[in-house]
Design a protein around this ligand. Structure first.
Ligand SMILES: *Cc1c(COP(=O)(O)O)cnc(C)c1O
Length: 389
């Protein structure tokens, strides 16, 4: 089995599982309680909070644990909108955000918000000058993702953060694909709120966090107990939080080597496809790209069919994104980048991890080459068909 769908989710690292074990077994104390047993859980949660904060240059008490990236995105948008309504009801985001942001924007529109959806260029980059031009008197929040989950394009977050700060507007970034993969610094990048999710960087599923800069006005999203300084109710997912903290520390300590390795394999992957398979187009940016993302449009074949044939060869990849596949809708990200429906339905994503080997990359390209020939040979429109030459 060759797993090349690390943007959908990652394997839990052995050290992460190891760190979590005790909190699933004997150390089950509720961190909110007063006895000694609770203090053990509380200290573990505090350690995780510090580990995570230090990765992005935040203070530990600016980190709020959530059930994942989706909750963090929902909270950032709804919470900032509700807390800042007297200042206006206009939000700026991009057309290539994850559904966790886009569907939340639609929800806010139903409640009276006005939203500007910025269009990216053909590589998926949001132009900071477009952000600036979209600002109105009543703009309260800008939300632009740090890196795109489908095409891997890294956005100019610092430039956007500086524009937001200069205009006194809050800036949220969905950093679910970026955290633990590329360097992030909330102070330097002028980020007011940042979402991330444990299972995208070798932590467990069902746990994530929202960083909220001290002093930012945000309403609670989940109402109940006084956990997380009264801002996020619900008994803490101690094993999940401990695992995510360990995963964050691991990702941070080996980010440089890991991303250099991934980038090298990614570039082998990309150049082999471009050299050996005809009629292909790279989706996303070539330079400002996540080190582990490969996304190609392979014209004259259907991505869904290719995925099934890849799976038969033991290779796990994705068409567009996990959230988009299984549905009959083309990727909104590829359409926003100017691809047509046919191109969008012919696009495949391969996302590597620090464990991916050169042999796996070569096997995946060899398999893809064979599959592309097979599927295209049945397509009467394919110009390079053997019988057409
Ligand atoms: C996976 C993902 C999410 C959702 O995170 P969950 O923890 O799975 O809810 C949000 N945004 C981006 C960019 C993602 O890749």
């Amino acid at each position: 089995m060759i797993y090349l769908d690390n943007a959908a989710t990652t394997a839990v690292a052995p050290e992460v599982l190891e760190a979590m074990q005790a909190y699933l077994r004997e150390e089950y104390g509720n961190p909110s309680a007063v006895y000694t047993k609770a203090a053990v859980s509380r200290e573990a949660v505090d350690r995780a909070r510090s580990e995570i904060a230090s990765v992005i240059g935040a203070d530990p008490d600016e980190i709020y644990f959530t059930s994942g990236g989706t909750e963090a995105d929902n909270w950032a948008l709804v919470g900032c909108w509700e807390a800042n309504r007297e200042r206006g009801g206009h939000l700026i985001t991009s057309g290539i955000e994850h559904p966790a942001v886009l569907r939340t924007c639609e929800y806010l529109e139903q409640r009276g918000a006005e939203i500007t959806y910025l269009k990216p260029d053909s590589e998926g980059r949001i132009d900071p000058s477009d952000v600036k031009a979209a600002i109105r008197e009543d703009t309260i929040l800008i939300s632009v993702m740090a890196a795109n989950n489908e095409i891997g394009t890294i956005e100019p977050i610092r430039e956007i953060g500086e524009i937001a700060e200069a205009n006194g507007i809050l800036f949220h970034t969905d950093a679910v694909q970026a955290f633990g993969h590329i360097p992030l610094d909330v102070r330097n990048m002028k980020i007011d709120a940042l979402s991330a999710s444990g299972h995208k960087f070798h932590g467990p599923k069902g746990v994530g966090f929202l960083y909220v800069r001290k002093g930012v006005k945000i309403r609670s999203f989940l109402h109940g107990g006084e956990q997380e300084r009264g801002r996020r109710a619900g008994t803490l997912n101690v094993p999940g939080i401990v695992g995510m903290g360990r995963a964050a520390a691991l990702a941070d300590s080996c980010m440089k080597e890991s991303s250099e390795r991934e980038r090298m394999l990614r570039d082998v992957f990309i150049s082999r496809i471009e050299k050996e398979i005809p009629c292909v187009m790279l989706n996303g940016a070539r330079e400002m790209r996540l080190p582990n993302n490969v996304n190609f449009c392979l014209r004259y074949l259907e991505a869904e069919s290719a995925l099934i044939l890849l799976d038969l060869k033991g290779i796990a990849a994705s068409a567009g994104s996990a959230c988009a596949s299984g549905s009959l809708n083309p990727s909104h990200v590829l359409l926003a980048c100017g691809r047509d429906y046919e191109d969008a339905f012919s696009s495949l994503r391969f996302t590597l991890s620090g464990e991916t080997t050169r042999e796996e990359v070569d096997a995946a390209v060899d398999a893809l080459k064979e599959i592309a020939e097979k599927l295209r040979s049945r397509n009467p429109d394919y110009p390079n068909r053997a019988d057409a030459q």
